[in-house]
Design a protein around this ligand. Structure first.
Ligand SMILES: Nc1ncnc2c1ncn2[C@@H]1O[C@H](COP(=O)(O)OP(=O)(O)OP(=O)(O)O)[C@@H](O)[C@H]1O
Length: 605
């Protein structure tokens, strides 16, 4: 299927499954009102001074067009009077000039004050979102829906910062329209009512536009997420250089191009709907304002009043347009603001008080896990026991079930059956923070955080100050102290060449990740291939250090290297999701079986 057709299919599919497609007109308004209320409350709380300034300026600015009509009318009546008084005429003219002159600068200043309110809100919203993302459970992070919600929430922030300004704008321009109506109503009631009613088509059109945008944006955000991901692979140092070496970057680039094309088609459709509503509203507004003028001519209000009304209607036209835009912005921001509120509202609060705790005994009893949509069991009836001071190993071929077992202990994957007990307490009865505070996990996908060395190691501890001596001690345990001491700024050295910092080898990054676990010093250490990228000498030193310091904790190691298993208290051998053998290195080697099969080649070498 050609790319364009794939894109079309994806577009129509994503439109059908859009979660917002049943958003009714009334609920769209209710959600918009909630968004406006929340925006005003946040602005008043986070940027009180600038929000107040913006409010006052908007209010004064709103009164300019009715004042223009009133002054113009007074001026023309004075000019027309049988004996015009020069002094009064001059004052009215000066007043009119000042009001016209103020019109632009008041609008500009109100906008600037709203922007300054927005900067403060952006700081507040992004900080809260980052805190909420940091509080997510690893199981939530593994779900695609969570990532989509986070993306939507991140996208929402820029628009949400404009909500208080838009709400002020909405109130201001509504005031302008009512003021104009009152100014014109005095000499032509019909014209006044028609000017006011000219608000309606724009407001209606903007509401319909906003509704279609609320349906259209979630699939656009999902496509954008894929596109951004593909683009990141091209520009990130690790993946970017691999792709460059393979000469395959153009394949990922074509993924970016495809997704951008999909996005373009979706946006085109969205804007086509906007254009239809916008044209209809403009035509209806123009007709109503023309009718206002015609009604004045029919009622023969005189040249002075007609001229003042024309000026008022011209000002009113832009006020009405702004009302529509402000209203439309709030309505279209509403669904994203709801996504933001959901993400920020559901994340577990950070619990910096729960620190690492010692653990006497960990047991897994008949644990079974089956992944959603997978045909069979990833692990089946796995049981293991490990006590403080012991080091056990999980071994087995790729896909045998080692990582799944670890993830079941961590609560990252859901168990279909079985229990995990920590010191006699079911892991299910511990909070997320309580469980994780007992565990120091080094995964195969450890992070290469390009911050300062001290920040990278200190990530091992979830709360509290970390003394330099503790950082050096952790670095010594993984054989990195000498290297860091020789770096230009020691612990303060910035890592990562893209920041002008120091680059590290793969093995050095892995050792830095292990230093985090040493610093964490939790009751249970789970190390998934902790030395896979490390040279043989460093590996020997790291395992010797693990054995030397094992007394106060439980250590679980996943390993594929035979010699690292020698000092283990017990080795659990996995095969197709089951534990098929348990024993010490020597016991297992002395028997024929899966362990001997797995390591025969390594041992014969
Ligand atoms: N997220 C997932 N969704 C579906 N199936 C999965 C998922 N993760 C793992 N599996 C499957 O579960 C089984 C066990 O995988 P697991 O990752 O636990 O193996 P492992 O022993 O850790 O392998 P490796 O040595 O390669 O790390 C495999 O068949 C794998 O394909």
């Amino acid at each position: 299927m050609p790319v364009s057709m794939c894109a079309e299919v994806a577009v129509s599919r994503s439109r059908r499954v859009s979660p917002s497609s049943d958003l009714s007109f009334r609920s769209a308004i209710a959600v918009a009102a909630r968004t406006a209320r929340r925006g005003l409350r946040d602005a008043a709380g986070q940027a009180r001074r600038w929000f107040l300034v913006a409010g006052l300026l908007t209010l004064v600015h709103a009164l300019v067009p009715p004042a223009e009509v009133w002054l113009l009318k007074a001026l023309l009546e004075q000019v027309d009077s049988p004996s015009p008084q020069d002094a009064r005429l001059a004052i009215t003219l000066a007043g009119l000039t000042i009001v016209v002159g103020l019109n632009f600068s008041l609008g500009y200043l109100a906008l600037s004050a709203s922007q300054r309110t927005g900067f403060r809100l952006a700081h507040h919203y992004r900080s809260r979102l980052a805190a909420a993302a940091a509080g997510l459970h690893p199981r939530q992070l593994a779900e695609a829906a969570t990532n989509t919600r986070l993306q939507a929430a991140a996208l929402a922030v820029d628009r949400m910062t404009r909500v208080p300004g838009d709400t002020l704008q909405l109130v201001g321009t509504a005031l302008t329209s009512i003021g104009l109506c009152a100014a014109i109503f005095g000499f032509s009631a019909a014209a006044g009512i028609l000017v006011l009613s000219a608000l309606l088509p724009t407001v209606l059109a903007m509401t319909f536009i906003a509704r279609s945008e609320s349906v259209g944006w979630p699939p656009i955000a999902a496509v954008e997420r894929r596109s951004t991901y593909a683009m990141e692979q091209l520009v990130q140092q690790r993946t970017g250089s691999e792709l460059a070496l393979l000469g395959s970057g153009h394949k990922v680039a074509s993924l970016v191009s495809q997704t951008q094309r999909q996005k373009m088609i979706m946006l085109d459709r969205l804007i086509a709907i906007d254009m239809r509503w916008e044209s209809a509203a403009s035509a209806a507004t123009a007709l109503l304002l023309a009718a206002a003028l015609v009604s004045m001519i029919i009622t023969d209000v005189g040249a002075a009043l007609a001229a003042a009304a024309v000026a008022g209607i011209l000002s009113g036209l832009s006020a009405i347009r702004f009302t529509g835009f402000a209203f439309g912005n709030i309505v279209s921001t509403a669904p994203q603001a709801e996504a933001y509120a959901a993400v920020v509202g559901t994340a577990e609060p950070d619990d910096p008080t729960s620190g690492p705790a010692t653990v006497g005994r960990l047991t897994a009893e008949a644990v079974s896990v089956s992944y959603p949509d997978a045909a069979g069991w990833a692990v089946r009836d796995v049981s293991l026991t490990v006590e403080k001071g012991e080091v056990i190993a999980l071994v087995g071929a790729n896909g045998a079930g080692k990582t799944t077992t670890v993830n079941a202990i961590l609560g990252v994957v859901e168990r279909q059956s079985g229990t995990i007990m920590i010191d006699g307490i079911s892991a299910d009865d511990l909070t997320h923070a309580d469980l994780l505070s007992r565990i120091g996990l080094l995964t195969q996908e450890f992070g290469r955080y390009e911050f300062r060395v001290r920040d990278v190691v200190a990530l091992g501890r979830s709360a509290g100050e970390v003394a330099d001596e503790e950082l050096w001690s952790a670095l010594r345990s993984v054989g990195l102290a000498e290297l860091v001491a020789s770096m230009p700024d020691g612990l303060d050295t910035q890592l990562g060449q893209q920041w002008g910092g120091v680059g590290l080898s793969g093995g050095q990054w892995q050792r830095l990740a292990l230093a985090r676990i040493h610093l964490r010093d939790a009751g249970i250490w789970i190390l998934d291939e902790p030395t896979s990228a490390v040279d043989a000498e460093a590996e020997r030193e790291i395992f010797a250090e693990l054995q030397r310091t094992k007394g106060n904790r439980i250590t679980i190691v996943v390993s594929h290297r035979a010699w690292t298993l020698k000092g283990m208290d017990r080795i659990y051998v996995f095969d197709r999701g089951r534990v098929v053998q348990v024993g010490s290195y020597d016991e297992l080697l002395s028997r024929a079986g899966r362990f001997a099969d797995l390591f025969a080649e390594q041992l014969s070498g």
